[in-house]
Design a protein around this ligand. Structure first.
Ligand code: PLP
Length: 397
């Protein structure tokens, strides 16, 4: 029999699994092009050509022990140095190889951070709506998740609520901008206010409060929007970056953590992260992929593809009469459920072959999330189905 704790986790993850199965069932029944699956954040955009070229070159360039061997748990030093230089050029930071640890995607990085920083009972603040996996990452090591609400018009976190929720047990906050599931990018003045509140709270409690910036969507922004680099606003910031979305490589499991020297106890934190990488069983990030990303630092996926999808879906849904805010980044659209219970709304949508994720998965009932990393045709073909769905729930003219 599996652990009680794991039974709960299995039961709680059943909605997304069920959605996946439902998608497969509907596609078999009606055909791939008749099912409008907006449930999963699995990029439909090709990885850049440089990735394929880099793999071919690397296989010829490096002898096997380097290409496929173990290395320092933090990753290849020359790869970390190249990444540090690249961030310095883009963000004007002062990072070196020792400030970078290669990770198994952002998920691996976040688990490593939780293992390194949290004692049982330590509190981790998250902003609703948030990526539901944070719950497990924090509870894996006995931490306690504290939810802070967001403004319902802008989806910016509510700083008054945050002020009340930070306690002497708060060890870290997780922030995610561009955001999954809202697509919102937090502006610089909000970041400045957030960071000054954190500074004040660190002083009040005489304890470090780490700001963890979860950034898998940093490169996916529209309309030339500025995404502040948080290490420049608050000293105790650790960045969890990933190539899953920026290079369309989610199955390759590659990303990195940034621990700037300004972080208090940076040396100890890095040593902890290095050990956590090993003992959580990652051992190190995939060796070939470390070498690949070092060759592809300036490569980009086709952002215009996502932007075209965003425009079509947002404008289409708004014209039909649904309420949603225009995503500024990532590839998610958060829509208000016209029915009181958004789970019922998702069920009704399935009858129109539309698959979406209920907001309760992100701790925000009353909304649904649509991942528009689909083909453009899927969006065009889905709009009449959304129109029929709207009619059935009394939305629009
Ligand atoms: N954080 C957020 C907000 C995400 O949306 C995801 C994946 O969808 C992750 C972390 C994990 O990404 P990765 O594939 O880099 O582990």
């Amino acid at each position: 029999m599996i652990a009680k704790n794991m039974q709960d986790l299995v039961n709680n993850s059943s909605t997304i699994r069920a959605m996946f199965e439902e998608g497969k069932r509907l596609k078999k029944l009606y055909g791939e092009d008749k099912v409008f699956d907006f449930s999963l954040g699995n990029p439909n955009v090709q990885a850049p050509k440089q990735v394929e070229d880099a793999i071919s070159e690397l296989i010829k360039e490096y002898p096997s022990p380097i290409l496929h061997g173990y290395m320092n748990n933090s990753g290849y030093e020359f790869v970390r140095e190249k990444i540090a230089d690249h961030i310095n050029q883009k963000q004007g930071t002062d990072l070196a190889a020792e400030n970078i640890v290669m990770t198994v995607g952002a998920a691996g990085g976040l688990n490593v951070i939780c293992k390194t920083l949290l004692d049982p009972g330590d509190e981790v603040v998250v902003f609703r709506p948030y990526f539901g996996e944070y719950r497990a990452y924090v509870s894996n090591v006995g931490g306690k998740l504290i939810e802070v609400s967001s403004n319902s018009d802008t989806f910016y976190p509510d700083l008054e609520d945050l002020e009340k929720k930070i306690s002497s047990k708060t060890k870290m906050l997780i922030i995610n901008t561009p955001n999954n599931p809202t697509g919102v990018v937090y502006p610089e003045d909000f970041i400045i206010d957030l960071c000054s509140l954190l500074e004040a709270k660190q002083k009040e409690y005489q304890r470090q409060i780490y700001l963890i910036s979860d950034e898998p969507y940093r490169e996916l922004v529209y309309d030339g929007l500025f995404v502040p680099y948080l290490t420049k606003y608050y000293k105790n910031t650790i960045v969890a970056y990933s190539y899953s979305k920026s290079l369309s490589l989610p199955g390759e499991r590659i990303g990195y953590l940034v621990i700037p020297k300004e972080v208090e106890d940076a040396g100890e934190v890095c040593a902890g992260i290095n050990v956590a990488t090993r003992i959580l069983g990652f051992v190190n990030a995939p060796s070939l992929m470390q070498l690949v990303v070092a060759k592809c630092l300036n490569a980009k996926v086709n952002i215009e593809f996502y932007e075209k999808n965003r425009n079509k879906l947002y404008e289409g849904l708004r014209d039909i009469g649904f309420e949603c805010i225009k995503p500024q980044g990532a590839f998610y659209l958060f829509m208000k459920s016209p029915m009181e219970n958004e789970v019922d709304f998702c069920e009704l949508a399935k009858k129109h072959n539309i698959l979406m994720v209920a907001g309760s998965s992100f701790s925000s009932p009353g909304y649904v999330r649509l991942a528009y990393c689909t083909s453009y045709e899927t969006i065009c073909n889905a709009l009449p189905a959304f129109k029929a769905l709207a009619k059935e729930c009394g939305v629009g003219k």
